[in-house]
Design a protein around this ligand. Structure first.
Ligand SMILES: [Zn+2]
Length: 273
C-alpha cells in the first residue's frame, strides 16, 4: 500500500479560520468585514495504491472556476475563500507525473463536495464514485448553494454511490464504510466542516494515515483544536476531539487537504502523538 500526494493549485481563507475566533459573532464579522486573508495553502488529493486497485481521494480544483457563471458572483462565497489554479495543475497532469491515467483509477471517494475537492470529477466517469449520503443530500438540497455547493457544475452523468456507513466501529468512530475487501481502507464520518464530511483511514502495518479532507486546515490547527469552519458548530468540535481520541489509541499520521507540511508529514510518518 502506498499513498501519493497530488497538488491541484492553492487556496486561501480568512486568517481567523486558521487562528480561531472566540465566538460566532466575531467569526461572522471577520468573514464579512475584514480583508485579512491567510497565507495561500496547497489543495491536495491523494492517490492510494492498493491490491484492489487505485483509489483516488478527492479530485481537486478546476480552472473552470475562471469561466463566467461557474462561481456565484456575489454573496459570502468570495468573502470566505479564494482559489488559484492553472489548467496544467489539474488532476490529469498530477496523475501523469506518477505515470497514471484517469482511466487506471477504479474508485474515487470524496471527503466532501466543496469545489476544490470535486473540480476534477469530469475525468472519472468510468469510476465508482463514493460520497456520504448526508453530504449529497445537503449539496442537492435548497440549502446547498448557501453552503458552498454548486450542483449545476457537476457532470451530467454524476450519480455517486451514497455511503450510509454500514461497516463496524473503527475505534472511537462508531460507524465506518469499507473501501477495500481487506478492510484496510475505510471511510468514517467526520462532520463539522460540512454536514456529511468524511475522512479516510488507511491502516498500514504500524500506522493509520488519516486523510482528513477539511476537518482542520492542518496538523497544527488539529493540535490546537481549531476546526475548519466558518461558524463554530458542535459537530466540528466533537469531530476534532474524536480524532484526538483516535490518535491517542492508534499511531496516526494526520494529512489534511490544505496542510503546508503534508508532504513532509507523509514522508517522515510524523504522528499526532
Ligand atoms: Zn471544504
Amino acid at each position: 500500500m502506498k499513498i501519493h500526494l497530488l497538488q491541484t493549485g492553492t487556496v486561501r481563507c480568512k486568517q481567523f479560520q486558521l487562528t480561531g475566533a472566540s465566538h460566532n459573532l466575531s467569526r461572522m464579522y471577520q468573514l464579512i468585514f475584514t480583508q485579512k486573508w491567510g497565507e495561500w495553502m496547497p489543495t491536495y488529493c491523494w492517490l492510494i495504491e492498493h491490491s484492489n486497485g487505485l483509489i483516488l481521494v478527492d479530485t481537486g480544483e478546476t480552472s473552470k472556476i475562471y469561466e463566467p457563471g461557474y462561481l456565484p458572483k456575489g454573496g459570502l462565497y468570495h468573502k470566505a475563500v479564494e482559489t488559484n489554479i492553472k489548467k496544467e495543475e489539474e488532476i490529469p497532469n498530477q496523475l501523469a507525473q506518477l505515470g497514471v491515467k484517469p482511466n487506471d483509477i477504479k474508485t474515487v471517494v470524496l471527503t466532501h463536495m466543496h469545489g476544490d475537492h470535486i473540480g476534477g470529477l469530469s475525468h472519472f466517469e468510468h469510476c465508482q464514485i463514493l460520497v456520504s449520503k448526508k453530504e449529497y443530500e445537503m449539496a442537492t438540497s435548497k440549502k446547498g448553494t448557501g453552503n458552498g455547493y454548486f450542483p449545476k457544475n457537476w457532470p451530467a452523468w454524476f450519480t455517486p454511490t451514497l455511503i450510509d456507513y454500514t461497516g463496524p466501529a473503527e475505534g472511537v468512530f462508531q460507524k465506518s464504510y469499507p473501501l477495500t475487501t481487506d478492510g484496510s481502507i475505510v471511510a468514517v464520518p467526520t462532520p463539522g466542516h460540512s454536514a456529511g464530511h468524511q475522512s479516510i483511514l488507511v491502516k498500514d502495518k504500524s500506522f493509520t494515515y488519516l486523510l482528513a479532507g477539511d476537518l482542520t486546515y492542518n496538523l497544527d490547527t488539529l493540535r490546537q483544536e481549531i476546526p475548519d469552519v466558518v461558524l463554530m458548530n458542535k459537530a466540528a468540535q466533537e469531530t476534532v476531539s474524536r480524532v484526538h481520541q483516535y490518535a491517542k489509541a492508534h499511531p496516526t499520521v494526520y494529512l489534511s487537504s490544505h496542510d503546508w507540511n503534508a508532504a513532509q508529514l507523509l514522508q517522515s510518518k510524523t504522528t499526532v502523538y
